[in-house]
Design a protein around this ligand. Structure first.
Ligand SMILES: NC(=O)c1ccc[n+]([C@@H]2O[C@H](COP(=O)([O-])OP(=O)(O)OC[C@H]3O[C@@H](n4cnc5c(N)ncnc54)[C@H](O)[C@@H]3O)[C@@H](O)[C@H]2O)c1
Ligand SMILES: [Zn+2]
Ligand SMILES: [Zn+2]
Length: 392
């Protein structure tokens, strides 16, 4: 089959690789009809290079049609239309029972000290082949699937794999008081969607980015926007808009690759060129995240407010302003999205009209063969790329 294969820093190619096969009774094989490129894939493309192996198949936002199931999967049949959550979870362990599927105790990657295995996300997360491919092996398939109805196009449902539950959890964890305000940093797919969800739920949303067409798109959706290029002090601008207090809640949908953090940016670049064993330690043990947006979030949130991190961070020694966090009495919540936990909340917004605008959410659709181009324009923010869908 054809699959998007990682070869090196900023070097991904569509190669011919062996078809996946059933290996465990709880596996299924799914033929992928639509799959997406995520901001999290951009970390693999460049800064998480030390954790990648040449030959890794990337991708964790796939949907398609079940081809084959193992004997242990009794609730799926060939022909079923399914979306795969980006994490692999069993549905019957202590963590899954609590809706913490990203901590699933059946698939936890214990030798790396990490949570549930993820599709296409390095040896840190179990080295499972990803979904930017013609076929995908789905472990724990009895639970690692979301059945979706026939009829509407793939665009309607594909974001259930990641964008929608991640954005939903970002808003839920932000704990925005009724009628309150949320400052949303980042207007990539995650920040754009969390802004839409917060607005849909009746909150006041102030969104920040640096890319003109992303800012413009949010403005068109009725969201108050700030262009970080036009302000020396974004937290101050947010305070001015919120009676001098700051926003009730802040969502950070930017994460470890925030622009405007030169020192950490250099460390990330260094980690990309050092020998793997050394650079894994640099990434793992040194604070190599670019914390610019997290710092802004801490200053933009009002006293007693909540910060919800959906942007991914990876450093182990990131310096945090504990004095300010403690004195302002800030709640900090974060983590990978527990996809299956939120599906029942989100599904009505996909089957009863399209209030979040998912059908027109993607800016680019292209055949899998053109995925390397898709990565390039998404990373460089060229050609108006905000969300790129691939069709194997
Ligand atoms: N928690 C989860 O489960 C989960 C799931 C998916 C994605 N993510 C993470 O969410 C983050 C966003 O992903 P995405 O798909 O939206 O990708 P993205 O990379 O397109 O989005 C990041 C956005 O942040 C903006 N940005 C960068 N620096 C900024 C700054 N200083 N101020 C304001 N905005 C700034 C960029 O212009 C971009 O629009 C990534 O870190 C990704 O790994 C987390
Ligand atoms: Zn993703
Ligand atoms: Zn589990």
């Amino acid at each position: 089959m054809k699959a998007l294969v990682w070869h090196g820093k900023r070097d991904v190619r569509v190669d011919n690789v062996p078809d996946p096969t059933i290996q465990e009774p709880t596996d299924a094989i799914v033929r992928i009809t639509t799959t997406a490129i995520c901001g999290s894939d951009l970390h693999l493309y460049e800064v998480l290079t030390p954790f990648m192996e040449e030959g890794d198949i990337i991708g964790h936002e796939p949907m398609g049609i079940v081809e084959e199931v193992g004997p242990g999967v009794t609730n799926l049949s060939p022909g079923d239309r399914v979306v795969m959550p980006f994490q692999i979870s069993c549905g019957h362990c202590f963590m899954c029972d609590q809706g913490l599927q990203t901590q699933c105790e059946t698939t936890q990657v214990r030798d790396q000290g990490m949570g549930a295995a993820l599709f296409g996300y390095t040896k840190l997360y179990g080295e499972v082949a990803g979904g930017q491919a013609e076929y995908l092996r789905v472990p724990q398939a009895q639970y690692t699937h979301i059945k979706v109805p026939e009829g509407p196009p793939d665009e309607r449902f594909v974001y259930l794999s990641d964008v929608l539950p991640t954005s939903w959890q970002a808003v839920a964890y932000a704990d925005i008081p009724e009628g309150g305000s949320v400052a949303n940093f980042g207007l990539g797919p995650i920040g754009d969607m969390s802004s839409r969800i917060a607005k849909h739920l009746g909150c006041r949303v102030i969104a920040v980015d640096i890319v003109p067409e992303r800012i413009e798109r949010a403005r068109r959706n009725g969201i108050e926007v700030l262009d970080a290029n036009d302000h020396d002090d974004i937290p101050e601008a947010i305070k001015e808009m919120t009676d001098g207090r700051g926003a009730d809640s802040v969502i950070d949908a930017v994460g470890m690759e925030a622009h405007g953090s030169p020192a950490a940016g250099l460390a990330q670049q260094m980690a990309g060129i050092l020998p793997d064993a050394v650079s894994q330690r640099v990434m793992n043990e040194a604070g190599t995240d670019r914390l610019n947006v997290l710092y802004q979030a801490i200053h933009a949130v009002r006293r007693g407010g909540t910060i919800s991190l959906s942007g991914v961070y990876g450093g182990q020694a990131d310096p945090l302003p504990m004095l300010t966090l403690f004195d302002k009495q800030i709640q900090l919540r974060m983590g990978q999205a527990n996809v299956k936990r939120w599906v029942d909340d989100i599904m009505p917004l996909l089957t009863d009209g399209d209030p979040l605008g998912v059908e027109s959410f993607a800016t680019h659709r292209m055949p899998l063969d053109e995925a390397p181009h898709g990565y390039e324009i998404f990373q460089k923010k060229e050609d108006g790329a905000i969300k790129v869908l691939l069709e194997p």
